[in-house]
Design a protein around this ligand. Structure first.
Ligand code: 5GP
Ligand code: ZN
Length: 114
């Protein structure tokens, strides 16, 4: 399922260019154009899911795949520590209404996040 007005659906469908790092049947990973860390990769389901709030048990395969791909990319990038973030809703900083994990690494991280 795609949303024709959604930027990340267009990236998944290659209608909009991106720097793709990894891809499977269910998931695409590409570099963030405004990186917040030396490694900043976004991982998205190819299907349009608005946010983590909409995830159901039936999304089990894509959830497993997205975390497996994140771990593989982190390893390929040589990251021994990294952070995975997903913002849910504009109040938490979600600016694109298509579920995405931010994979951030390559610098020290503070806690709690801002
Ligand atoms: P959010 O703020 O929704 O959690 O994260 C959206 C992310 O998408 C931001 O980090 C932003 O820099 C990134 N982004 C927005 N537009 C594009 C784009 O066209 N291409 C890529 N690669 N990243 C984008
Ligand atoms: Zn979408």
């Amino acid at each position: 399922m795609k949303d024709p007005d959604c930027l990340f659906c267009k990236i998944a469908g290659k209608e909009v260019d991106s720097d793709v790092v990894s891809e499977s049947d269910l998931v695409v990973a590409f570099r963030d154009t405004n990186p917040a860390a030396p490694t900043h990769v976004l991982l998205i389901p190819k299907d349009h899911i608005v946010s983590a709030r909409e995830l159901k048990r039936e999304h089990g395969d894509v959830v497993a795949e997205i975390f497996e791909m994140a771990a593989r990319i982190a390893s390929d990038e040589g990251l021994d520590a990294y952070r995975i973030v997903t913002n849910v809703g504009p109040g938490a900083g979600q600016s694109v209404s298509h579920l995405h994990l931010h994979l951030l690494g390559g610098r020290s991280m503070s806690w709690p996040p801002g």
